[in-house]
Design a protein around this ligand. Sequence first.
Ligand SMILES: *Cc1c(COP(=O)(O)O)cnc(C)c1O
Length: 386
Amino acid sequence: MAKEIGTRCIHLEEEGSNHYGAISFPIYQTATFAHPGVGQSTGYDYSRVQNPTREQLEKVVASLENGIDALALSSGMAAITLMMELFSPGDHLIVDADLYGGSVRLFEQISKKNGISFTSIDCCCEEIEGHIRENTKAIYIETPTNPMMHVTDIAKTAEIAKRHGLLLLVDNTFLSPYFQNPLELGANLVIHSGTKFLGGHNDALAGFLVTNRKELSERLRFLYKTTGAVLSPFDSWLILRGIKTLGVRMERAQENAMAIAEWLKGQKMVTDVIYPGLAEHPGYEVMKRQARGFGAMLTFRVESREFALAILEKVKLIQYAESLGGVETLITYPTTQTHADVPKELREKNGITESTLRMSVGIEDVKDLLDELERVFEDIKKEMKH
Ligand SMILES: *Cc1c(COP(=O)(O)O)cnc(C)c1O
């Protein structure tokens, strides 16, 4: 019997060899491994190809996503860059219009130069099939998207992909495997920025590609050992350690996010609260069907650009920083930070206005987070003489 996911964050089904009984998996800080004899191997030859600490992490992540293989890379962008090596000049991809800014930059400024073309559509809500061409190879989505929190029905999209022989690639960073498993819903490849919820402490970068298809895993393993953006033994250990508490962190962060979303809804200066855990969110029903939770990311708009900037100036406990998914609550300004490289027209079409803020809710005591927001809002209102 497969164990529950919170347990699988801490224990592998088979614990493997007994490293002197060490409860914490050791860090094999070595670049290379001696061969016992000619033509023999301990199973490890060189750490770019595989390292025991990284392998342990990969097994844990594969287990959490119900995949057959996971590759650990040096960042989320390294993972997406490796994924793009699956495609050749002349290939076409359908990609979500609202995506992590770094992914848009990669597709627009690097993949295009390499001869790959893209059609950006709102995969949540626009008709996809009409955009499929003869050379279309894949559909690439995030759900919920960053930062507008669009929710795409993964199973429905997977059916379309299957019917046309396309790969469905899903960036699952926002919910983590604790809340959502796209492979179970028919996706072929799951991408994670392990820097975010998996690591969970804003102290290490990492990225993952997880698949449940043998041919895809073999092709990716070849590309991986050849290109070499692998995760170091120490960072592998940090992410392994972070994952042990993934379950409790996700539950707590989500509870806090819900409380903050409700609080923001009650503020006159807030014009929109975009959180998929609110029943009025257009993706709420789909989320309830395909995910086990709503996550801890929320986006909101305030009445003016000045109000948004003032919030960033005044927060203290909540920090004005990029990134997400850590124990600390962070707030960012997509227009000039995470999505600065997204062409302005696309950004605005997506609804990322100059009064839009994105919050990654952490696991602090929610009273302190609400007190902080209360203080910041009151201060600004006084200054703006509302
Ligand atoms: C952060 C992020 C990435 C990129 O990951 P890095 O680890 O920063 O390279 C990709 N996708 C999403 C949704 C992200 O939030």
